[in-house]
Design a protein around this ligand. Structure first.
Ligand code: SF4
Length: 347
């Protein structure tokens, strides 16, 4: 398997900005960005990142606000917080040496996948990576379902037997590329596949059975309502989400989920009382946008309002600022808020 796979990789390897060299820092950042995100989306983010933070040292010294701003739109923001923490540990506690052993596993955000990717690509350690693409190729190649933790352990053992000891990183990248380019979820291009002669599901015509696809759970839909609270100088309030929450460290218009039985206006009034301890006078609806996360969908409604009573207290946010529309690009916001700003700008 490995010779055919590596020959195919040598001829078909796509030029990617993280493939210019095997610097562990560059490999690390690319692999974290590539988790849950497509290659074409990652490339411009990666290039901007490397321009602004070309080394672990520069990243460790950076302000988290700048890190989040560069990450804005990539999602799963905990990844950015973890990258920053890990860079600080490498510089402040490990004397700037990027770990090339088990120490790496103990760093924030370095799970089995990232560990294996860095170790194999940067240090040529025979540690197989297992992502969705590799699982699909493995499942079809061996005619096995790899679902439970025990199955994954079995897959890892099989891959350890196959992985090239001389070119471990290339083997891993070849498996991932094969899954992405050839052994696709639907209509795999088996006639182009370098390992088809040993692929059991291809030989037995059982490809459609592998891998097993569990039925998709219905994704819940929530109404979220936010306030565009303006003062006489056309400034409006933005609040910062707590670091440990979803979209942690990002800024947003204050508000929250509408509860059962509430109208949108009631929900907004309650949320702003809970979050900022203020009573509001709602003036008009500015618009609504829809946004899908991996685990939920939201309808995000915005109302223009003014403070009617009370003095602002930051009860459920990390920070608060009054800004004008021209300041929006200085802060990191979730994509749904940007969609809303676009709509509000049109009003
Ligand atoms: S032969 Fe087809 S099913 Fe088997 S690994 Fe190749 S592309 Fe996937």
């Amino acid at each position: 398997m490995k010779e055919a796979l590596l020959n195919w990789y040598d001829k078909n390897k796509k030029p990617m900005p993280w493939r210019l060299n095997v610097d562990p820092y560059r490999i690390w950042i690319s692999e974290v960005m590539l988790q849950q995100t497509q290659v074409t989306t990652v490339i411009p983010y990666y290039e901007k990142w490397m321009y602004q933070f070309p080394s672990v040292d520069m990243l460790a010294q950076a302000d988290i606000e700048d890190v989040l701003k560069l990450w804005e739109g990539l999602g799963y923001y905990q990844r950015a917080h973890n990258i920053k923490k890990t860079a600080e540990i490498i510089i402040n506690e490990l004397e700037g040496d990027f770990p090339s052993n088990e120490t790496l596993k103990a760093l924030p955000g370095i799970g089995e996948y990232i560990y294996s990717a860095i170790m194999s690509i940067a240090f040529n350690a025979p540690t197989p990576v297992i992502d969705g693409n590799v699982k699909r190729v493995g499942s079809r190649f061996w005619e096995q379902q790899f679902i439970s933790a025990r199955d994954i352990k079995d897959l890892r053992i099989r891959l350890e037997e196959q992985i090239s000891k001389k070119r471990a990183g290339c083997f891993n990248q070849a498996m991932m590329d094969l899954g992405r380019e050839i052994c696709k979820p639907i209509n795999p291009e088996c006639s182009q596949c370098p390992i088809s002669s040993n692929c059991q599901s291809f030989q037995n015509k059982t490809i459609k059975l592998y891998p097993y696809k569990p039925k998709k759970k219905k994704i819940p839909l929530f109404d979220v309502v936010v306030g565009y609270i303006e003062d006489q100088n056309k400034r409006f309030i933005i609040t910062k989400r707590p670091d440990e929450k979803m979209l942690g460290g990002l800024w947003e218009l204050p508000g929250g989920k509408r509860e059962k039985g509430e109208s949108l206006r009631q929900g907004l009034t309650r949320e702003l009382k809970e979050e900022l301890d203020i009573g509001i006078a709602i003036q008009l609806k500015l618009g609504m946008v829809e946004h899908a996360y991996s685990h939920m969908k939201i309808k995000l409604h915005a109302y223009k309002c003014k403070i009617d009573n009370g003095t602002i207290k930051q009860r459920a946010c990390q920070d608060l600022k009054w800004i004008t529309k021209k300041d929006i690009n200085k802060y990191s916001f979730p994509t749904a808020n940007h969609k809303l700003f676009k709509k509000i700008g049109e009003c």
